[in-house]
Design a protein around this ligand. Structure first.
Ligand SMILES: Cc1cc2nc3c(=O)[nH]c(=O)nc-3n(C[C@H](O)[C@H](O)[C@H](O)COP(=O)(O)OP(=O)(O)OC[C@H]3O[C@@H](n4cnc5c(N)ncnc54)[C@H](O)[C@@H]3O)c2cc1C
Ligand SMILES: NC(=O)c1ccc[n+]([C@@H]2O[C@H](COP(=O)([O-])OP(=O)(O)OC[C@H]3O[C@@H](n4cnc5c(N)ncnc54)[C@H](OP(=O)(O)O)[C@@H]3O)[C@@H](O)[C@H]2O)c1
Length: 464
């Protein structure tokens, strides 16, 4: 290394961990600064980039995935390098990265499910949306999972957009699914599904639902399913009615949509999506596997912070079902060597600067962005602003001389890594991508996903 830091001869070297929206937005922002000159090494534990854009976003929402064109442009920028199939924490440690880069930025997402903490949650047939979504989207770690859809009713717990995704995937026809990039194994299982009724349970009321408007409205377009809402569920308690008067447009429109659903007479389609409110699961019952979920009716009471909270009324109901899909949010997990906030279940940070667990002072050169920084909420675009806040602080720390000087070169680290790990670079991913798209072309699908790591590695390495 020679010359002043942040120049073409001696660029600022940043490692970004995680190639989802937060990682890619951060990479694009750093690479386009011009001064200082930055190089970005973007690591992902998978051989395929894009995080939840590939493994979360519903297959029947292809337009949302077009954001990957922005990420592709970032990948073509000078100074960008992708290192897929490298898991930080096992293939390479935080300490190794910190020794080789001026800054390390974590954008690893929050990959696990929040628990309900009720009896029967671990019974076969009680599954997390996290698993189900990753399975139907062809995530290699979940491709071998199996779900028993031989029951008549499925229950989805939660009132967020993920719950709606899961409900929709169970309600869509095979014709609707087979033009998407859903994993082939999922089409096969869903083809044989006997589920006729999908009950979505919200613990609070329509005013508190976390759905966004298009996602709620599109339920009306399902080819095979009617949407059912009990008119009693859209009769608001006085506190919710008052909250609605001050509510944002999203909530107002959601309540309008739900009220319109409640006025519908089912048209006799073979499936039903039933949206229920003010019902909390209190137990999942079954002998060897899920047979029913017990819910308790809630009423809403004002909490100390002024928000309306669910309070049980003691009125219980047993709903027979063979599968419970828990969709109550995601949580982050600690990475070895990176301070973790056990309360928020994120990397311990302030505005994206990672903090020392003991002193609560910024750890020089360590940053976070995306869901692992602020928790599992927000759409893809939210991560752009979030990454911007972090990269601005990183550049501010650079300008103030607060970044540590690496003790080894990144080339040394990467050379050693390649002796142990089949690192897949961006052209390796492009070979996987081209192959998947070619597989989809004859049947008009955007792609047919390769779901095994072996197959992906083969495609990434056989390219000309
Ligand atoms: C089911 C679902 C559907 C969604 N649908 C939409 C939608 O339709 N529209 C919308 O706008 N938003 C949607 N969102 C929200 C959106 O996906 C998130 O806001 C966004 O993906 C969060 O970005 P991220 O980069 O923080 O995390 P992620 O997208 O989760 O990316 C994290 C990346 O880090 C990698 N990683 C994790 N651990 C390691 C490690 N130890 N070493 C190396 N790499 C690692 C992962 O493999 C992954 O690639 C959806 C979310 C979910 C859960
Ligand atoms: N198409 C899209 O744009 C799209 C698709 C999918 C996801 N996303 C985004 O991704 C983010 C994550 O979505 P998400 O659906 O996982 O999370 P979310 O929006 O936070 O919703 C979580 C839901 O779980 C409920 N919940 C939490 N704990 C519960 C419990 N113990 N019992 C019963 N219910 C419980 C919450 O109810 P309370 O409100 O009562 O806590 C809430 O309804 C969101 O920002 C979402 O908008 C977007």
């Amino acid at each position: 290394m020679s010359g002043q830091l942040g120049t073409t001869e001696n660029p600022l070297r940043v490692a970004i961990i995680g190639s989802g929206p937060a990682g890619f937005y951060a990479a694009g922002q750093l690479l386009s600064t011009g001064d200082p000159v930055v190089t970005v090494d973007l690591f992902d534990r998978l051989m395929t980039p894009w995080g939840l854009v590939r493994f979360g976003v519903a297959p029947d929402h292809p337009k949302i995935k077009s954001v990957t064109r922005v990420f592709d442009r970032t990948a073509q920028m000078p100074g960008f390098n992708f290192h897929g199939n490298v898991e930080v924490g096992s293939d390479i440690s935080h300490e190794q990265l910190a020794a080789a880069y001026h800054a390390v930025l974590y954008a690893v997402g929050t990959p696990h499910d929040r628990k309900l903490g009720i009896e029967g949650e671990e019974l076969p047939g009680s599954v997390s949306a996290t698993e189900f979504v990753a399975w139907y989207n062809g995530h290699p770690d979940y491709a071998a999972m199996d779900f028993d859809l031989s029951c008549r009713r499925a229950v989805v717990v939660g009132n967020g957009n993920v719950a709606l995704d899961v409900a929709r995937m169970l309600a869509l026809s095979v014709d609707e699914l087979s033009v998407t990039d859903i994993a082939d194994h999922a089409i096969e299982l869903l083809r044989a599904s006997e589920v006729q009724e999908i009950v979505v349970l919200g613990r609070r009321g329509p005013v508190q639902a976390a759905f966004t408007n298009p996602e709620l409205r599109e339920l009306a377009d399902l080819e095979l399913a009617d949407v059912v809402v009990d008119p009693a569920d859209v009769e608001l308690d006085p506190a919710s009615a008052a909250a609605l008067a001050d509510a944002d447009m999203t909530t107002t429109k959601n309540v309008e949509t739900l009220t319109a659903y409640a006025a519908l007479t089912p048209s006799g389609k073979p499936r039903r999506v039933v949206l229920r409110f003010l019902a909390s699961p209190i137990a999942i019952e079954g002998d060897q596997k899920v047979e029913a979920i017990v819910v308790e009716r809630n009423e809403l009471v004002e909490g100390p912070d002024g928000s309306l909270r669910a309070q049980p009324t003691g009125q219980r109901e047993r709903i027979e079902t063979g599968i419970v899909l828990r969709s109550i949010g995601y949580v982050g997990t600690p990475l070895p060597g990176v301070p973790f906030d056990d309360r928020r279940m994120t990397v311990l940070n302030q505005d994206g600067r990672v903090l020392d667990s003991a002193t609560r002072e910024p750890l020089p050169g360590v940053y976070a962005a995306g869901w692992i920084k602020r928790g599992p909420s927000g759409v893809i675009g939210t991560n752009k602003k979030c990454a911007q806040e972090t990269t601005a602080l990183l550049l501010e720390d650079f300008a103030a001389g607060r970044l540590p000087q690496p003790s080894i070169s990144a080339e040394q680290l990467l050379t050693e890594l390649r002796t142990r790990v089949d690192v897949v670079d961006y052209s390796g991913w492009e070979a996987i991508d081209a192959h998947e798209r070619a597989l989809g072309e004859p049947t008009g699908r955007p792609r047919v996903k390769l779901v095994s790591r072996e197959e992906q590695l083969h495609r990434a390495t056989v390219r000309a």
